[in-house]
Write a protein of this length. Structure first.
Length: 326
């Protein structure tokens, strides 16, 4: 828990995030991020599609505080929509409301997302609004409620560690929904802290939305939960067209291929862009065993000198490893 909390704290460090963006993909992030440009992302998604796997594409970036930056992100996401259409990709969009100005002004953010949803609607492309930290959750639902009045190609995410999650699943049962465990550090009064309890609630919510929801993205790499969910779906005659297994780019590729061979719908979350640091650090927090690989790559890199990899990343992570061995 100490390691996870420390990494989550580092993920929110603005200085380290800026340094990371200046030096491209490093610290092993190239293994879990689908490039820094639209061209690189398209290439990765084509590879996934060729393997029978769809994609949800995330132009990385979050917690924006300037309108100009948010507008630039909107323009880039619109470019991704055009790329999906032009290259006939089997893909949809995931976006973060704070990237599009939620922390600046909710109406400004809503208008930005509405423009994206309308552009995607022309090509029958789905837009998924990611759920972020707890202070932004209700505002995200408020935007969802407004946009659902006029558009059907929009959905969002349920985080299983939140106490409000079951109520939200039932309230939005008519909405395409991704069910996740949750990746932010939240206080005890709003979120479950025990891993076993989170896992139990996660599977409970998956079953609930499979039975009552419109479409369910089961977002996990945990094969025990996946197998339990698939068994539940089969026992209750839930059509395969009503759900998919969703995993992160760069994780458990063999298992993804196995599920495809079994005839399952598999979708991979493909993040791309220079703003990879916060995303990458949260993935480390979820899987602390990856720290060894990260430190090894950072220490052996000739490009990463007096950067996040050499100072802010490798030294801190080495210290965390020492603590874990004690």
């Amino acid at each position: 828990m100490l390691i996870k909390n420390t990494i989550l704290h580092l993920s929110q460090n603005k200085m380290l995030n800026k340094l990371a963006g200046n030096y491209g993909l490093s610290l092993g992030a190239n293994n879990v991020v689908g490039g820094t440009s639209v061209e690189e992302m398209v290439s990765h998604v084509k590879e996934l599609n060729a393997a029978g796997i769809s994609a949800t594409i995330d132009r990385l970036g979050e917690f924006v505080t300037e309108k100009e930056v948010a507008l630039n992100f909107k323009t880039e996401i619109l470019e991704v929509i055009e790329a999906i259409h032009t290259h006939e990709l089997d893909a949809h969009i995931s976006l973060k409301p704070t990237q599009l100005g939620l922390g600046i002004d909710k109406d400004f953010c809503r208008d930005n997302i509405r423009e994206i949803v309308k552009a995607a609607e022309k090509y029958n492309i789905f837009i998924n609004m990611d759920m972020e930290d707890y202070p932004n959750i209700q505002a995200t639902y408020d935007i969802l409620d407004e946009l659902k009045k006029d558009h059907t190609n929009i959905g969002t995410v349920i985080q299983a560690y939140l106490y409000r999650a079951e109520e939200d699943v039932m309230q939005y049962k008519d909405t395409r929904m991704r069910i996740v465990k949750g990746a932010y550090k939240e206080p005890e009064d709003v979120a479950i802290q025990d891993k076993k309890e989170i896992d139990e609630n996660f599977l409970h919510l998956i079953k609930l939305h499979l039975m009552h929801g419109e479409f369910t993205s089961i977002a996990t790499h945990d094969h025990n939960i996946i197998e339990a969910a698939l068994k539940y779906a089969e026992e209750n005659n839930i059509p395969k067209e009503k759900y998919e297994i969703q995993m992160l780019y760069g994780f458990r590729k063999d298992y993804q291929d196995q599920l495809v061979k079994e005839g399952r719908n598999v979708c991979v979350y493909v993040p791309f862009g220079n703003d990879w640091y916060g995303y990458f650090m949260r993935r480390l927090a979820e899987r602390p065993q990856n720290i060894n690989l990260v430190v090894k790559e950072a220490a052996g890199s000739k490009k990463v000198k007096m950067t996040l990899g050499a100072i802010g990343g490798a030294l801190v992570l080495r210290q965390l490893l020492k603590r874990r061995r004690r």
